[in-house]
Design a protein around this ligand. Structure first.
Ligand SMILES: [Zn+2]
Ligand SMILES: [Zn+2]
Length: 296
C-alpha cells in the first residue's frame, strides 16, 4: 500500500455578491484545503466484503454488491435461516408518537387525531439482493461553485459498500411508514431489492449486538464517502463533542482521524429526526461535484 500521501494546496476563492446566497458564510470560506483522498479510500473500504477500489487518472472507482456485512432481518425474512439474520428491532419509546404493542408485537404510531396509522416493520420489500454498484469520485475533491442537491438513489457508499441514501423515500421525505421498515442499522431495501442506509444505527435496540459492524451509531467513525468524494462521519467529532458549526449541507472543514491535516467532511445529522430516535445521515446538497454512480 502506498505511503500515506497528503497534498495540500490552498487556493483563494472570491465570492461575488450575486452568489453569496449559495456560498458558506463561515469565517474560513475564503480558503479551501484540497486533500488527496486516494490512500485513505484504498485502506478504508472493506475489501473483505467484496468492495474494490482502483485509482486511475485522478479518478477513484469503487465497486460493491451493496450487501451489508452485518446482521439484518432482510437477509432472510421468510425463513430466518441466514447466519446474519436478526429480527426487526424493538423500537425505543422516545416520545408519545411511538410505542410498542407487545401483544401484537407491532410498532404503533398515531396521527394528530390519535388514529393508529402504521403497524408492522416489514413492507412489500422483503428481498435484498446483490447489485453491481460503481461509484466514481475524484482523488482530490473540491468545493463546487453551484451546489447540487442530492437526489434519489445512491448518494454515497458506506465503507462496507452499502449505498447511502438521503432523507427522501420515493418522492416524499422520510416518514413513519418508511422508518418503520428499518432494521437496527437504519436501512432497508427499496422496491427493487436494493438495500441502503438512510440513518445511523440504533444499537440500544440490540444490546446483544455490541461490536456489530453497523456503519455508525453515535460516534465519530468514518462512515463512507459521498459521490463528491468528501468523507462522511458519525454525529461526533474525534474528541466526542458534537459539531456546532456545520454548514447548510451538514459539513465543515477540520481534522479527522483519517485526515489529520484537515478536510471538508460531512457529519451524520445530530437532529433526532421526528423524535423517532433515528438520525438522518445526509440531506441537502453536495459540497462538491457528484461523480458518476451506477448499478441500480
Ligand atoms: Zn429507502
Ligand atoms: Zn467534523
Amino acid at each position: 500500500m502506498k505511503k500515506f500521501l497528503t497534498i495540500l494546496s490552498i487556493s483563494l476563492f472570491l465570492f461575488s455578491c450575486s452568489d453569496s446566497d449559495e456560498s458558506d458564510s463561515d469565517d474560513d470560506s475564503m480558503e479551501e484545503v484540497t486533500v488527496d483522498i486516494s490512500s485513505v479510500v484504498q485502506d478504508a473500504f472493506y475489501s473483505d466484503n467484496g468492495v474494490t477500489v482502483t485509482v486511475e487518472d485522478e479518478l477513484i472507482t469503487i465497486t460493491s454488491t451493496g450487501l451489508p456485512d452485518h446482521k439484518t432481518p432482510y437477509w432472510d425474512i421468510e425463513n430466518q435461516a441466514h447466519e446474519l439474520y436478526e429480527p426487526f428491532p424493538t423500537y425505543l419509546i422516545t416520545n408519545d408518537i411511538y410505542y410498542n404493542d407487545d401483544e401484537l408485537g407491532r410498532l404503533i404510531s398515531t396521527d394528530d387525531d390519535g388514529n393508529a396509522i402504521i403497524t408492522y416493520q416489514n413492507n412489500m420489500n422483503t428481498l435484498m439482493t446483490a447489485f453491481d454498484y460503481t461509484m466514481e469520485i475524484p482523488t482530490t475533491p473540491s468545493e463546487a461553485e453551484n451546489k447540487e442537491e442530492t437526489d434519489l438513489g445512491v448518494i454515497g457508499l458506506a465503507l462496507n459498500g452499502v449505498p447511502i441514501y438521503n432523507n427522501f423515500e420515493g418522492r416524499d421525505v422520510l416518514g413513519v411508514v418508511a422508518m418503520s421498515t428499518f432494521d437496527a442499522a437504519g436501512a432497508h431495501p427499496g422496491p427493487n431489492t436494493d438495500y441502503h442506509y438512510h440513518t445511523a444505527a440504533q444499537l440500544s435496540i440490540y444490546e446483544e449486538n455490541d461490536g456489530s459492524t453497523y456503519p455508525t451509531i453515535n460516534d465519530s467513525k468514518l462512515i463512507g464517502f459521498l459521490r463528491d468524494g468528501f468523507p462522511i462521519y458519525g454525529r461526533q467529532e474525534e474528541d466526542g463533542s458534537y459539531p456546532d458549526d456545520l454548514d447548510e449541507n451538514g459539513g465543515h472543514t477540520g481534522a479527522t482521524t483519517e485526515f489529520p491535516d484537515e478536510i471538508y467532511h460531512y457529519h451524520c445529522s445530530n437532529e433526532n429526526y421526528l423524535d423517532s430516535g433515528w438520525y438522518v445521515l445526509k440531506s441537502g446538497a453536495y459540497h462538491g461535484t457528484p461523480g458518476i454512480s451506477s448499478g441500480n
